[in-house]
Design a protein around this ligand. Sequence first.
Ligand code: SF4
Length: 271
Amino acid sequence: MPTSTGVPKPRSHSQYTRYAQCGEAYKLERVEKRPSDPAGWFVQGTAVHSGVEAYERSGRTISRAAAVDHYQQAWERELAAGLAVQSDTSQWMTGGFKSGTKDLSDRRQLGEHQVIDYIDYAEQSGESIWIAPDGKQAIELPFTIHLGEVPVRGVIDQVVQTPYGLTVRDIKTGTKKQSSALQLALYRRAIWDLYNIDITWGDFFTCARQGRSPRKGSPTEPYDLTRIDQHWLESQYAAMDAAERNNVYLANPGDHCTPCGVRRFCKAKGN
Ligand code: SF4
């Protein structure tokens, strides 16, 4: 276990992964507070989560049109936040050759489709949202726990009753394959700390795609989260926390530079 002096800072999965991916990006975004370039995928991701959350919170009673309405409202809010940073949508990040304006238009339509497709999946899945022992619906469930001495905060998208048992689930609107189940292992730990319930399984719900290779949304194969050692996870957060509080920020240029919102401030890219 890494040793460290001083008081650990509150951490999160996104802090941990961003720091591990590129320390320079972490410093620019979270220490120097540089404004991150907006991108349609952020707007889409938040808006789809909002539509799905509204549907599940209603006990699956609201109509598709009502769920889409929640989606559209969240879209407008997130769009306005992005426009406050960059008012010219053609300059928004896209990760490709498409203009930001066209990307936003495509994503708005795709996100609406993803919400409706999610409802189609939920209705025929045989799965249901778990009700926690304290009566809370396990949707967008906030937590603050301690991994060793490090406080870690987060929000669990869903805990789902599946035919094979309780499953922690994170909803992904993008096409990127998840490189690990560390996020889900953290959520497993959170459910244990909150409710003393040990969840074995986790998955990522990959939302529908359109275009050249359309497909319906569905969960990945379940991950056996007991295979990720919780003591090791604690040591990872302890290491990240100690290194960050000692101002260790290593740039790590790579494929992830393309969607990096602080790229224009990055000295590793010659800026
Ligand atoms: S552009 Fe690449 S190297 Fe620079 S901060 Fe972003 S991810 Fe890191």
